[in-house]
Design a protein around this ligand. Structure first.
Ligand code: AHR
Length: 663
């Protein structure tokens, strides 16, 4: 046999195939059902403008600049052509009013006073970089309105495509003198990616409006006011073991006032207080002054989504510290109780009986059965010493009341160095349950670290590889790509996660979603515009591992050593006790095909037909896109093998999964 030193991604010629020995009878580690999951954060317009299917931006006029997203219009005398009004002109006909404490979470509304000349006045909303409208889809429009002066005003509702053509319309006449929600549905007559919603007011007098909303009828599970079905389907197709939410730095907020507070995201959407997004002005060159959080996607929706897609919920809570990359505000220890109480109440909300305050609220919101919450994160990506002080108080309170709940603790933003080492040592000494490691590193780092967990303490805390993605250029570089080289290196690294599944219990790529016209951070797992979406090569790698994770990792060795880069190859094996299969994963990072010979030891025997899934490309720069969404994607085949020693050719730059079924 030829021995080659570790060669990363270089051309290697095998004179004879290497022989990989597999030991299905020697279970090495149980693979937790949570192994591969999802990290959700509202970044890159993932929530509003993304998975939350609301089409109206700033529906409640609560952005700091209250008319953000809205434009006023007038028709000409004959009602034919329309003219945009500048904001000074618009103020003749409409004004932003504030209810004050009577409606503290949603104080602002719009009063429109129609001119005596009877010329209709209009406002339009451009959605989130336009609205995605589909021909023949039904759209549900709703509005809170008050006919304060017993006026007689009709509202003509229109959808316009980018060329100004009307592609759907209806009307309603609010009559009540008190605030009331009015709703009407209509069909779109054409498809448009960048449509706008127009509201034309005609008649006499004044009208107050708030919570202007437009949703497609068909959402995920057709829940009214729900989530975009194509995007949630992409998550479901990953068959994720867990769903981590709501982030990410969004948990921390740029300051404590803007931290994520789960209790404020429940119930009627009118009362979910809109706040500025932490990503609004975070990344140089990618400022988005119109990035806010409406919390239409709130904690109830997160829990329901997790349940829908069979994922264990993993909420991460603010630990009394704002983002350390921003203000780093810290709440004094003697004021930490409300934060800790939020964590205790959340566990009660998720798991409590109907006789508990928060369990009852869950039932009142439509879910009497518990959500079976098993773990919770305290702090996202914290590292200052104040974190440990606060973590101890959280941990004591949670463990005293809920000893079975596992806590996820942050090891900071980097996977190595002084901060990482310090936190790692501290949390291990404190017997933490699960440690959250983040790595946004180069493809080379991923290849070189495939053996990272081989020597971790088997009896210490479990590892949650909570955020990772190969960066083709560098962390937060806008030039980063979701190319095949990155995904391939992640696949190589993931063989190391799986081989060490006794230590690594959870892993998730990050970030998850990005809007093509409104992203801050690249790379991302799933990209979308207003109508379509696609999975990146990284997505298909995640899916391949998740769908083939098996139940127990077993040794796969080359010359008695784990396969973590010899000849540019990486491999792991597991068995699935449920399907009685042996699953081999093999990653070839070379530019040439590699011949591999597998030798399966032990007493079992296998059917001849082997299911094979391959993702490969001879172009490491290849990417998927909206126009070409599956350039890099899995291909299913079957091969016939005889006996327990067989040879396979591994394509250049490929990830291959073989499933052998026991006889
Ligand atoms: O995934 C993007 C960001 O990276 C997350 O919000 C944060 O936790 C990390 O720094």
């Amino acid at each position: 046999m030829i021995f080659c030193p570790l060669i990363y991604g270089q051309t290697v010629k095998n004179a004879a195939p290497e022989v990989y020995d597999i030991y299905p009878d020697k279970v090495k580690a149980h693979v937790e059902t949570t192994m591969y999951g999802i990290f959700f954060e509202d970044i890159n317009m993932a929530a509003d403008g993304g998975v939350y299917a609301e089409l109206v931006k700033n529906r409640s006029f609560e952005f700091d600049v209250p008319l953000t997203g809205w434009t006023a219009h007038k028709k000409d005398g004959a009602g034919n052509s329309t003219r945009d009004l500048n904001k000074y002109e618009a103020l003749n006909d409409m004004v932003v009013l504030n209810r004050g404490p009577e409606s503290a979470d949603n104080p602002r509304y719009l009063r429109i006073t129609l001119p005596d000349n009877g010329i209709p006045f209009g406002i339009s909303n451009g959605g989130f970089r336009g609205m995605g409208i589909k021909e023949n889809e039904t759209y549900n429009f709703s509005i809170l309105a008050r006919n304060a002066e017993q006026s007689s005003i009709t509202l003509n509702i229109e959808l316009h495509d980018a060329g100004g053509n009307v592609i759907g319309k209806t009307e309603l006449t609010p009559v009540d003198r008190d605030w009331k929600r009015y709703a009407v549905s209509f069909k779109a007559t054409a498809t448009a990616n960048k449509a706008q919603l127009y509201l034309w007011f005609s008649g006499k007098g004044a009208i107050d409006v708030d919570m202007v909303s437009l949703f497609p009828e068909h959402t995920w599970k057709n829940r009214p006011g729900g989530l975009r079905a194509d995007l949630v389907q992409k998550l479901a197709d990953l068959k994720p073991g867990f769903l981590r939410f709501p982030g990410g730095c969004i948990v921390e907020g740029r300051d404590l006032a803007n931290r994520y507070q789960w209790k404020k995201t429940l119930g009627a959407i009118d009362n979910r207080k809109t706040i500025i997004s932490r990503w609004n002005q975070e990344i140089q060159g990618r400022f988005m002054p119109d990035y806010y959080q409406s919390f239409g996607l709130g904690f109830m929706e997160y829990f329901l989504t997790a349940e829908d897609i069979g994922a264990s919920p993993l909420p991460i809570l603010n630990c009394g510290m704002a983002c350390e990359f921003n203000t780093g505000e810290v709440v004094p220890l003697d004021q930490l109780d409300p934060y800790i109480q939020d964590a205790l109440d959340l566990i009660e909300f998720a798991n409590g009986g109907l006789d508990t305050k928060w369990g009852k609220l869950r039932a009142d919101l439509g879910h009497p059965a518990p959500f079976n919450l098993k773990m919770i994160g305290v702090g996202n990506e914290q590292w200052a010493p104040q974190y440990i002080e606060r973590w101890k108080l959280f941990t004591k309170a949670i463990k005293d009341k809920y000893p079975d709940i596992k806590l996820v603790s942050s090891l900071g933003p980097l996977p190595d160095g002084e901060i990482f080492d310090g936190l790692n040592k501290t949390f291990r000494a404190l017997n933490a349950d699960i440690l959250d490691e983040h790595y946004y590193k180069s493809p080379k780092w991923f290849l070189e670290n495939a053996g990272r967990y081989d020597h971790y303490d088997r009896n210490g805390p479990k590892i949650f590889a909570g955020e990772y993605a190969a960066q083709s250029v560098g962390t937060t570089s806008p030039d980063n790509k979701n190319n095949w080289e990155c995904a391939l290196s992640e696949a190589a690294f993931m063989t190391g996660l799986e081989r060490n599944a006794d230590v690594v219990n959870m892993a998730s790529y990050a970030p998850l979603f990005a809007h093509e016209d409104a992203w801050q951070w690249k790379p991302d797992l799933i990209w979308f515009d207003n109508l379509q979406s696609y999975g990146t090569p990284d997505y298909y790698v995640q899916q391949l591992f998740s769908l083939n994770k098996g139940t127990d990792a077993v040794p796969l060795l080359l010359n008695a050593a784990a396969v973590e880069g010899q000849n540019g190859c990486y491999a792991t094996a597991c068995i699935d006790k449920n399907t009685h299969q042996l699953i081999i994963k093999f990653v070839n990072t070379n530019a040439t095909a590699q011949n591999a010979s597998f030798h399966i030891t032990g007493s079992g025997s296998y059917q001849k037909q082997v299911a094979v899934t391959t993702i490969s490309s001879d172009n490491k720069d290849a990417e998927n896109s909206l126009a070409n969404p599956i350039v890099i994607s899995p291909v299913q085949t079957t091969i016939q093998v005889s006996g327990k020693t067989f040879k396979i050719s591994m394509e250049p730059y490929s990830v291959k999964v073989l499933r052998l079924t026991s006889m």
